[in-house]
Design a protein around this ligand. Structure first.
Ligand SMILES: Nc1nc2c(c(=O)[nH]1)N[C@H]1C(S)=C(S)[C@@H](COP(=O)(O)OP(=O)(O)OC[C@H]3O[C@@H](n4cnc5c(N)ncnc54)[C@H](O)[C@@H]3O)O[C@H]1N2
Ligand code: MOO
Ligand SMILES: [Mg+2]
Length: 613
């Protein structure tokens, strides 16, 4: 993150003779030495005048001229020293920790630090920090607080990436109680690898390795039915009560005694859905007006729909029916849902290992079941790696790009019902990778990272996994395009097993390998017995497809139905693995063997990973 600094020298003498200002220039030099990518965007000298200082502070903070503004001078006991008063008048929030740090560390240098009245605080998005006027003291104070500046600015600007990385580092160091550095050293010169040490595996072999390695989860949990869609039942569901629990009318009409047959009848009362049974049993010749879903009154054994009746008489005010003619011979049980006719009590409604669909949830609700026991899912964490990455909420510096993999992966998993946690972005340095991975292992069991797995000296993910976490790399290179450097690893962290997929950083490679390995692994872990691949369907190719690479290529296709209801497939355009647009409308993958082509009109099986709309 680049920071904009400001220096406001407060000195009546220097405002008249700027060449006498020593502290300002020395501080500037020190800032640029420490924050090489940052700049000092504001420099000014004002007199020791309360109004003049306030005016400058207001100007800088209102116009976001800088992120951190150091005032230099005017913090002592002299009558003219009013910088702290001006600062207090401007800031919204005080930052006494900064003041405390400066004073306590300065006391180790000189007792005179006792006389400092320095104030620090925040106004809008700017931190204001009062330094003493002597150049030595100003530079010293800067050194005392410089370690907090990056994080302070990131927090104020809500710079997600910087904050997450810092938190991960702090958390990691805190947990270990020591700032243990990564054991990995970046390879230089002749030690850089020029050939991958990992054998190139076929996709099918890699998948078998994944299925054999991931342990099948036995844990269960009780969750509210509202959250149960796509989850796997851990036990049979037995109906605690019948549905319906009372004989209910299927029609709007009249509850009758079938043996009374057709003819004129007295309408005793009316009953609607939701009404309880509060009336005595029907006697010969009596009927009850009834609505669909209402409980059948006692004594009634059939319902005659209103269309099969004629109104004969109403009350004087015309509101209530008195007499109706039943036009058809009713049959016993006609238009009645008997008790348990939808679901019988004490029967197995759903068997364990069923995947819960929305209608399952409705049936559970019908049975009065509000919680359901399901197979526990691993906690999933997503990491992006790359020093070039910035959250799309942040501002880009030259050479940086927005992180798209993390949000894509989280959304992709959510699409298939899996919740995943954002575990931040790691820089391509051993320490940052170690800290971010470690933080993810603290809270997650199934980690998906992207980037940093290919051949450069900054592709350090595998090394950090092995050297810092003792991971076993099950595979590190696959014969596929995109997705060649895909990594699958397992490790034990604080006595718990962790599964790690480190996917290639190219956005398409990351998506395709998620569909081919990550999702299958998650589904297999949860329900290995009923595991099924995404469906294969035959499609007609709208155009020829050529693969010039030696690796089998997983071409992204859009499958649609033509006017004759045939399934047609067309490519989603340029298939380069950086072009995420080739994924956006894709609903299928076609595997084209290395160095071969498929002709227009040929029928090929594709793997459908989402619906055909
Ligand atoms: N000498 C070789 N170089 C490369 C090989 C190889 O076999 N030999 N393989 C290539 C292939 S194939 C792929 S795929 C990539 C994979 O690289 P990494 O996994 O190491 O990923 P990075 O180098 O970190 O990044 C690659 C590319 O993707 C962009 N990226 C990374 N993360 C994100 C993200 N979260 N959001 C958006 N974009 C991201 C990154 O900026 C790079 O442009 O390696 C080839 N090289
Ligand atoms: O395998 Mo890389 O994933 O071609 O782009
Ligand atoms: Mg790389």
């Amino acid at each position: 993150m680049s920071i904009k600094f400001g220096i406001l020298t407060v000195s009546t003498t220097c405002s008249q003779h700027p060449e006498k200002d020593e502290a300002g220039p020395k501080l500037e030099k020190e800032i640029l030495l420490e924050f090489s990518k940052s700049l000092v965007s504001y420099k000014k000298i004002v007199t020791d005048d309360l109004a003049a200082i306030i005016h400058e502070l207001e100007f800088v903070t209102t116009n976001c001229v800088c992120d951190v503004l150091f005032t230099v001078g005017g913090t002592g006991f002299a009558p003219s020293d009013v910088t702290p008063e001006a600062t207090k008048a401007v800031i919204d929030k005080e930052a006494p920790g900064l003041t405390y740090a400066m004073i306590s560390k300065s006391l180790a240098v000189t007792d005179m630090a006792m006389l400092s009245r320095s104030v620090c605080g925040i106004k809008n998005q700017t931190v204001i920090i009062n330094f003493p006027g002597s150049s030595k003291a100003a530079v010293e104070c800067f050194r005392f607080i410089k370690s907090s500046i990056l994080h302070a600015v990131a927090l104020i600007k809500d710079s997600i990436r910087e904050v997450e990385t810092k938190h991960a580092e702090i958390q990691c160091n805190f947990d270990r109680n020591l700032s243990e550095e990564s054991k990995v050293k970046i390879k230089v010169g002749e030690s850089r690898i020029r050939k991958s040490p990992f054998p190139m595996l076929e996709v099918s072999d890699a998948k078998n390795i994944v299925f054999k390695t991931v342990s099948v989860i036995q844990d269960t949990e009780l969750i509210p039915i509202e959250k149960a869609a796509t989850r796997i039942l851990a036990e049979d569901v037995i109906a605690p009560k019948p549905v319906p629990a009372f004989p209910a009318s299927i029609k709007d009409g009249y509850a009758v005694r079938a043996e009374d047959g057709a003819g004129f009848r007295v309408v005793e009362y009316s009953t609607a859905a939701g009404d309880g049974l509060k009336h005595p049993a029907l006697q010969r010749g009596q009927i009850v007006r009834i609505s669909t879903g209402a409980p059948l009154p006692p004594g009634a054994d059939a319902v005659v729909q209103v269309e099969d009746t004629t109104l004969i008489d109403v009350t004087d005010n015309g509101d209530e029916e008195l007499m109706v003619e039943i036009n058809v011979e009713p049959k016993v049980g006609q238009d009645i849902r008997q008790i348990g006719s939808d679901i019988e009590a004490n029967t197995v409604v759903f068997e364990k290992q069923a995947a819960i669909t929305p209608a399952y949830i409705g049936v559970l609700a019908m049975l009065g079941i509000s919680k359901v026991k399901v197979i526990k899912r691993p906690t999933i964490g997503i990491i992006s790696t790359g020093s070039e990455l910035v959250s799309s909420k942040d501002t880009l510096r030259p050479g940086q790009i927005y992180d798209s993999n993390k949000v894509t992966l989280i959304a992709l998993l959510s699409n298939y019902g899996y919740e995943a946690k954002d575990c931040g972005i790691a820089n391509d340095t051993p320490n940052s990778l170690k800290a971010v991975l470690e933080n993810s292992f603290d809270t997650c069991d199934f980690i998906i990272s992207s980037g940093g797995v290919s051949m450069s000296e900054y592709d350090l993910v595998k090394q950090v996994l092995v050297e810092d976490f003792g991971a076993k790399i099950h595979f590190g290179r696959l014969n596929m395009k995109p997705g060649k450097p895909t990594v699958f690893a397992t490790l034990t962290y604080r006595e718990k097993s962790k599964i790690v997929f480190s996917l290639p950083g190219n956005p398409v490679s990351c998506c395709v390998t998620s569909l081919l390995f990550v999702l299958p692994a998650l589904r297999y872990i949860e329900n290995s017995k009923n595991y099924e691949e995404f469906p294969n369907v035959n499609v007609i190719l709208e155009h020829s497809i050529v693969n010039r690479d030696l690796r089998p290529e997983y071409v992204r296709l859009k499958v649609y139905r033509d006017a004759q209801n045939q399934l047609i497939a067309k490519s989603t355009g340029n298939q380069i693995s950086s072009r995420l647009n080739s994924m956006v409308d894709a609903n299928a993958l076609l595997c084209v063997p290395g160095n071969s082509s498929f002709e227009t009109g040929t029928v090929k099986p594709v793997q459908l990973f989402t619906q055909i709309f």
